[in-house]
Design a protein around this ligand. Structure first.
Ligand code: ATP
Length: 235
């Protein structure tokens, strides 16, 4: 069984800025994994490399054993990404958005699964609403549904709770936990150690493009507050 995600010596520069510096780690199938780091640590850069949206200068990334550059399609089919920014056509309805995304993955008969996603995410009564008419929270739910249209085994969420109210945050986490219990591998990025600790089994910390720690939750809890204080001070 291949690792769900295998990051091997990945580096990426933007001009003089080293956004990722020789980052390596694996996420095993079924894990709930957190990528923690302050602003500018390189989390989004790493996610866009995982999704094949930007190419690392060196190193490689495999999703479920598929190299993201050489075997893009298979890697992309294995990965669902919920980006930080809300990106979609505001004039499409929720259902049209999910059909459009299904088309991107070559799935022309996906309506049963789309209906199930709408139901599970509390969007069933919004199926025909235009996206521009939805609240920010509802839009974020659509983003989650969009990431799952092709039933990927691995799901990456980039700061999904940034700017989200408490109620949506809790329902989002309940949903993602359910996905994980159903066998999906989950990776989330966050600024908050507390969020990572509550939800995840293992935590990687990035700082200025470098992997500075990779620990199990138990170990992290052992180090407890000391680590949190040290992390905050260095952030
Ligand atoms: P945040 O928590 O704020 O989203 P992050 O950990 O996701 O931060 P990245 O967005 O990956 O960090 O950015 C890492 C660094 O690379 C930052 O200094 C950022 O300004 C820079 N950067 C990211 N994308 C580009 C780009 N397209 N061109 C130039 N610099 C970039």
């Amino acid at each position: 069984m291949p690792s769900a995600i295998e990051i091997q010596a990945v580096s990426k520069r933007y001009g003089a800025l080293q956004a990722l510096d020789d980052v390596s780690f694996r996420v095993e199938s079924g894990e709930f994994f957190a990528l923690l780091g302050p602003n500018g640590a390189g989390k989004t850069t790493l996610i866009s490399a995982m999704a094949g949206l930007s190419r690392p200068d060196s190193g490689s990334i495999r999703i479920m054993g598929h190299d993201v550059v050489r075997d893009f399609r298979a890697a992309r089919m294995s990965l669902g990404v919920v980006p930080q920014e809300l990106v979609f056509d505001p004039f499409l309805s929720v259902r049209e958005t999910l059909r459009f995304q299904s088309g991107y993955f070559g799935l022309t008969r996906n309506d049963d699964w789309i209906d199930e996603l709408l139901f599970k995410l509390g969007l069933a009564d919004k199926a025909n609403a235009n996206l521009r008419a939805l609240s920010g929270g509802m839009k974020r739910r659509v983003m989650v549904a969009q990431a799952l249209v092709h039933r990927p085994p691995v799901m990456v969420l980039d700061e999904p709770t940034a700017g989200v109210d408490v109620e949506l945050r809790q329902s989002l986490w309940a949903f993602v936990k359910e996905l994980n219990e159903a066998g999906h591998t989950i990776v989330l990025t966050t600024h908050y150690l507390e969020e990572a600790e509550t939800l995840c089994n293992r935590i990687a910390m990035l700082k200025r493009g470098k992997l500075v720690a990779l620990e199990s939750k138990d170990k992290l809890l052992q180090h407890g507050k000391e680590r949190e204080v040290a992390f905050k001070l260095s952030a």
